[in-house]
Design a protein around this ligand. Structure first.
Ligand SMILES: Nc1ncnc2c1ncn2[C@@H]1O[C@H](COP(=O)(O)OP(=O)(O)OP(=O)(O)O)[C@@H](O)[C@H]1O
Ligand SMILES: [Mg+2]
Length: 236
């Protein structure tokens, strides 16, 4: 097995006195697409926040490229090569598409133009609409802005929380194709998805979270073939 890129080990924590994550473990290797699925309120977004440093863990650890990053801030994790697109409020609606992308790279000075052209070739519609306010775009296009903004930091790992939420099936397929393309370019992907079946089809590694703990962990294909997983989480 290739060396792990990200390892969240036995993560426990929550909000105030409420424990949401109960010893949750998530890991992926360089070049992999890993997917987290599970019912509403299972703690999927909370697990993503914990991995990105937006939640203080009560116990457990997070390692990135072998380094213990448990106590690093989200900003420091960006410097390590992590990028995160949250489930909500992931773009600046009153700013133009281009300004959103520039904001993504506010800490970089060199090679911005080159990265932006890569993002425009991945998402051609963003080039077309680069001067338009991001808030005026369709749901699928806004998600492209959010992903593009995260890619502006040139991450090693791109974390996406429900990138296809609220878009039509056609737009969803299109977004999945773009995500696969990002992965092929050498950027590892960790993604939460409510379209579990489609997500598992492209997952090298998949996690089913229930009540903040790992219920199933395997390859996407293995979970798709598991009768229990199908019955309980994939509608048969
Ligand atoms: N900021 C917060 N403060 C207090 N409780 C929270 C907060 N964010 C989430 N929760 C609670 O934590 C639990 C897990 O929420 P989380 O958003 O991680 O679930 P999820 O699996 O991402 O759900 P969904 O599929 O709806 O996105 C829920 O009970 C939720 O109400
Ligand atoms: Mg969520």
């Amino acid at each position: 097995m290739t060396a792990p890129l990200l390892v969240g080990d036995q993560m426990t924590g929550g909000y105030g006195h409420t424990t949401i994550l109960n010893g949750c473990s998530i890991a992926l290797a360089q070049g992999e697409i890993a997917v987290i699925v599970g019912p509403n309120g299972a703690g999927k977004s909370t697990a993503m926040k914990a991995l990105f440093g937006m939640l203080t863990l009560r116990s457990g650890s997070v390692h990135f490229e072998g380094e213990d990053i448990t106590s690093l801030s989200p900003e420091e994790r960006v410097s390590c090569g992590m990028a995160f697109v949250p489930q909500t409020q992931n773009i600046f609606t009153t700013m133009s598409v281009e300004e959103n992308l520039e904001m993504g790279a506010y800490r970089r000075r060199e090679g911005l133009g080159e990265t932006m052209s890569q993002i425009f070739s991945l998402f051609p519609v963003l080039k077309e609409k680069r001067s338009q306010k991001a808030g005026e775009l369709s749901g699928g296009q806004r998600q492209q802005v959010a992903v593009g903004r995260a890619l502006m930091t040139r991450p090693k790992l791109l974390m996406l929380d429900e990138p296809t939420a609220g878009v039509s099936p056609i737009v969803m397929d299109e977004l999945f194709d773009r995500i696969i393309e990002v992965a092929r370019s050498g950027i590892s992907i960790l993604m939460v998805e409510q379209n579990a079946r489609q997500a598992l089809m492209i997952a090298d590694k998949a996690y089913v979270l229930v009540q903040g703990a790992n219920r199933y962990t395997d390859t996407g294909q293995a979970l798709l073939a598991d009768p229990e997983v199908r019955k309980t989480f994939l509608g048969g």
